[in-house]
Design a protein around this ligand. Sequence first.
Ligand code: GLA
Length: 379
Amino acid sequence: MNASAAREFFLKTYGCEPDVVGSAPGRVNLIGEHTDYNGGQVLPLAIDRRTYVAMKRTGADRSRIVSDTAAESGEFDARLVERSGEWWDYISGVFAFAEDKSALPQVQAVVTSNLPTGSGLSSSAALEMATAITLAQLVDDARSLKDLALLSWRVETQFVGVSCGVMDQFASALGEKGHALHLWCDTLATEQVKMREAVLIFDTNSPRSLRGSQFNVRQRECQEALELLRARQPGLANLAAATPEEVRTAHLPRNLEKRALHVTEETRRVESLVAVLKKTGDVDGDLLYQSHESLRTLYECSTPQLDWFVSEARKIRGVRGARLTGAGWGGCAIAVGELDALSGAQSSLIASYKSAFGLDARTWLTNAEAGARVETSGK
Ligand code: GLA
């Protein structure tokens, strides 16, 4: 799957060449989980699986979008977008947040992707960002990648209506080859941190039914913890800005204390991992294991399948560290380490996972890859 496949799919669908092809990757998070919506730090990286959008202006009075993965097409009015509850809301929502809607053209577009959907690798952020960068190029909108990431985040939270932090859209927009993205979610400052190690992504392919509802419960709990802490410290900017010590001495209800301890310690683990990466060029695997343990016991968003992977990965020589990645409650885990070790372990991990849980896991190896980009532009 690449830009020319997207171009060919466009040609086959509409019988002409697209004006612009753009793409954006999925992401995994190396460390810094459930910190983004608490004003903390994260360290995600863009992976080598991407979503491509090919687009052309048309004189028709509606816009049309065809997806090879959804194997269906959708229609919307680019200048008067309404939420449809359909998969193309991720695309039409980008039009809904354009700066000058009256100047928008109707478009013909296709979407192709080799990024699995619904696995926790941010396929929705990739679709939003690929649309945003392609449309921006088409209409000469000179907004920065960072602004397009914020636009995509607004699409996700305000148009599609999924409550999440900014990490996924920023990772998809600003990832750089060979680097993890250190993002401070309060100020939106970023830095690129060299990251040469390979990452094994393990999709547990397990039910994620709790994900949406539990995610919302955790967000509420974090908000409640912040309000209680603010009663003692009125100037507290966000939950991640408190220290673990301040959390421990605040006598919060036990569930809120656990969530707040995770957030305050996790954001510090991001700082520690960045410091080690800069100094040695290697990931400190212990920090990954600590992060997982904290997600398991304090944030309570792990599953037996994710825990199984982390403990199996720990036994493999050449693996430095492992943890769940993304929201949890199913989805994917990662292991970081030597390429040979990770690559050699894949088939036996898949086989023993099948005997342990009766589930078919999927694995992918990736390095840190490039973020969103314009692939071709004939305009
Ligand atoms: C999901 C959200 C992100 C982030 C992670 C947890 O992936 O989309 O914004 O909150 O969960 O770190």
